[in-house]
Design a protein around this ligand. Sequence first.
Ligand code: SAH
Ligand code: SF4
Ligand code: F3S
Length: 439
Amino acid sequence: MTAHKKLFIKTYGCQMNVYDSERMEEAMLKAGYEPTSTPDDADMILLNTCHIREKAAEKVYSELGRFKGLKEEKPDLKIGVAGCVAQAEGAEIVRRQPLVDLVVGPQSYHRLAELVAKADTGAKALDTDFPAEDKFEHLSRRPKARRGPTAFLTVQEGCDKFCAFCVVPYTRGAEVSRPAARVLEEARDLVDRGVREVTLLGQNVNAYHGAGTDGDWTLARLVRELARVDGLERIRYTTSHPNDMGDDLIAAHAEVEELMPYLHLPVQSGSDRILKRMNRQHTAESYLRLIEKIRAARPDILMSGDFIVGFPEETEEDFQATLDLVEAVGYGYAYSFKYSTRPGTPAAERPQVGADEADDRLQRLQALITRQQREIQDAMVGRQVKVLFEKAGRKPGQMVGKSEYLHAVHVDAPDLQPGELRDVEIVEAGANSLAGRLV
Ligand code: SAH
Ligand code: SF4
Ligand code: F3S
């Protein structure tokens, strides 16, 4: 019997990278690698990287530097860089850090085994093409291993929106949707393996337009078909763009019980002047009207968003408009970032906001968001929610899971199993989770 080689994957960035890492791990099983949870005993280390902000990209190089000792001890150790830094920087990575053996961009993961074979010969293996074939067609056959109750499922990848600050259209390429039949097949397979909730992923997931049985399907149509998969109890999707929030998708939120009342709908800024400079193609007003419409269809929906502060030329007045928009929406969750200059994007060339100013705005925005989140969590106390339990909690006898609204909920119930969906009354709201009791 030949001993398996060991693969260690470290994942940065968004949920799509988490999904891709799972696919790569499964592809590498076929190439004779088994996963390990530490770099120390690995034969191959793969960093699945993120390029969205400068900090995220720089982290990769400091992490790579740390593997120097390991590589000296074990000269056969191979080190690879995948993900969005691989796509953005390509061969430059090997120039900057020569201990890297392999660089693979997000659209070339189906060639990973070949690349590893090439790296094993001692050559540098690089692939950052945007090939014509669909990587998922070559990555979708998986062993029937059991899984936890929740899973990601990529349905769409890439972006054609070209927001002026963003690298994603360059690192993930043009928008592509997977055929509906493939998505349904993968969802059924996940359910067979124990999954009860899927989160459909796409950089612009609500722009989904995959081939269906009768022409292209929208995301709403896909959601309706997925809701009919036996045993699939919950459907979520992320991330959406306001301009692709079609009426049929809004209607699905009113009509499809399996579609969870949670929507991540980034707006980035509340200032029309800045939105225009960002090339967002929507206004603060149109975003607010859209949310009204969504709430008319599904009054309890919990809204989530992303914000950038300190975008080039943002004034205090522009920033105030962002605070006003946040006040008007009432976010259950929101993620805010200081603008980070990304080489090659249009905004990189423009006059930048001072670092202190941007820090100050970020703090003020985050204080407001935290207050809103807390208010919404506090208002859950006394309410009954449904929780999909996922795993044991921190304290003995505790189980934790997520409510419809994506709040983490823990209960004292030692006999509960992961995958159980139960009615829970919320009794207390903490900073990061809610305490409940089974009804
Ligand atoms: N639609 C994508 C967005 C990816 S980026 C998705 O699938 O999630 C996630 C968030 O990062 C964006 O919504 C934006 O708020 C933030 N972001 C993107 N580029 C940025 C930059 N250059 N500086 C700071 N934040 C940025
Ligand atoms: Fe980036 Fe804008 Fe596309 Fe989102 S919609 S991935 S922020 S370019
Ligand atoms: Fe980062 Fe690429 Fe995702 S840049 S956020 S890993 S699409």
